[in-house]
Each structure stands twice: as structure tokens, then as C-alpha cells.
Design a protein. Structure first.
Length: 152
């Protein structure tokens, strides 16, 4: 699809249609729709290529969403602490190219662990959503572009 804002709803609808045709549960379909919306929106916003590719890989019990684009402009970092135990990382905190895991948010008076959403720049919030919804996610970068993937 072209790297234009109109590609975002196109990707979302194609993912929904494919997953429904596979008989995936509605909750997984809607989760995947939100995740692909964020990944494609990031590709539109933060890459330089003309086209974006979106691919679904279905295995038993999960669907992997892959979004690939040419160009390697800045992709926002996901701020916050890592919790490797709950997101498939290792006890030593190594995630390789996977997302950092759940993010703790401060309460309304700033008394909790973590950080306040107000302190986070607008960039990166989509990846926070992906991190919260996906069982795992990560990136792969090469000289020809970037692949961002998420399992739901």
C-alpha cells in the first residue's frame, strides 16, 4: 500500500477481513486491528519509503502482524521500565529486538511507580499501545528498511 495516511484504514480493514475469514475470535481480530493501525501509522509518519507492506502470519494460537517499509528514519523509543518475566523476555532482562514489556503509569497524583503519560511525548504512545496489546513485538532493521512485528 502507499505510504499515505489513507493506507492506515486500508490495512486495518484487510487485517480484519483476513482474520475473520480464518475464524479468529472477535477479541483477537479487534486487537490485531488496533495493533496494525498503530504499526502502519508509525510507518507512514516515521519512514521515507513510498510503500508499506503488511503481512499476517498465522500459527496455532497466534497471529503475527508484520509491517515493513523502506527507509530508516527515526522510530520513536518506548519509554518506561522493563518487565521481562511478563512479556517473554529472560530473567536477566535481555530482550534483543523485542519490545520492553509493560509500562507502569503514575496515579492521578503522581504517586505510583513509573512515569506520567503527560511526561511522554506524543511520539511513542502508539508503541505503548502495541506493547500493551501484543504478547510480543519487536523490530528488525536492514540496509533496505525496517520490519516491525507484533504477535496477538
Amino acid at each position: 500500500m502507499p505510504r499515505l495516511p489513507r493506507g492506515v484504514p486500508v490495512a486495518r480493514h484487510r487485517v480484519q477481513e483476513a482474520m475473520r475469514s480464518w475464524g479468529e475470535p472477535d477479541e483477537r481480530v479487534e486487537t490485531a486491528a488496533l495493533v496494525v493501525t498503530e504499526l502502519v501509522a508509525n510507518a507512514v509518519e516515521h519512514t521515507a519509503g513510498r510503500r508499506i507492506r503488511c503481512r499476517l502470519l498465522r500459527t496455532s494460537g497466534r497471529v503475527r502482524i508484520c509491517v515493513w517499509n523502506r527507509g530508516r528514519r527515526h522510530v520513536p523509543e518506548l519509554p518506561g521500565p522493563r518487565d521481562p518475566e511478563s512479556h517473554g523476555g529472560t530473567a536477566d532482562g535481555l530482550h534483543g529486538s523485542e519490545g520492553p514489556g509493560p509500562v507502569a503509569f503514575d496515579g492521578p497524583h503522581g504517586t505510583g511507580e513509573g512515569f506520567s503519560l503527560a511526561s511522554v511525548a506524543e511520539d511513542g504512545r502508539g508503541l505503548m499501545l502495541v506493547d500493551a496489546l501484543a504478547t510480543r513485538w519487536g523490530t528488525r532493521t536492514s540496509v533496505s528498511g525496517r520490519l516491525v512485528w507484533a504477535d496477538v
